[in-house]
Design a protein around this ligand. Structure first.
Ligand code: AMP
Ligand code: ZN
Length: 136
């Protein structure tokens, strides 16, 4: 299941070379070409799914197990001080490549990167309202 125009389909299936850290039947892990930090990598499913909404349950559960394994290995080998998992869905969320991927971002003390947000200050009523919208 590939998209002919998709760069991550080409990378995940070996049509375009990449710096591979890991491969199995369903996934490839590669170094990001525009890394946030030293060792920033991406988990790519070999099948084309545009985003998390399209990712089937099987791959969705396996991707977290693989992230855990890679985070452990990368932390040990790189000696990083922390680790972010980042996964963007949709342009509004910062997605630029529309083939599902999970960012593996090793963090180093004083690495100068910020992946944060400015906290809003909702009232209890607003939180209650959002809770209802999502759960009812
Ligand atoms: P996102 O903004 O979540 O869609 O992330 C896309 C990521 O893909 C960015 O961090 C890019 O640096 C990275 N990227 C784009 N093209 C390539 C490529 N050919 N090889 C490796 N990483 C890439
Ligand atoms: Zn693709």
């Amino acid at each position: 299941m590939r998209d002919k125009e998709c760069i991550f389909c080409k990378i995940a299936n070996g049509d375009i070379p990449s710096k591979e850290l890991y491969e199995d039947d369903e996934f490839k892990v590669i170094l990001d070409l525009g890394p946030a930090t030293r060792g920033h990598a991406l988990i790519l499913p070999k099948n084309h799914y545009a985003n998390l909404y399209e990712l089937p349950d099987g791959e969705a559960s396996k991707v977290m197990l693989l992230a855990k394994k890679m985070a452990g290995q990368m932390t040990k080998k790189l000696g990083c001080d922390g680790f972010n998992l980042v996964q963007n869905n949709g342009r509004a969320a910062g997605q630029t490549v529309f083939h599902f991927h999970l960012h593996l971002i090793p963090r180093y003390k004083d690495d100068g990167q910020t992946l944060g947000w400015k906290p809003l200050e909702p009232t209890q009523e607003e939180l209650e309202e959002i809770k209802k919208i999502i759960t009812e």
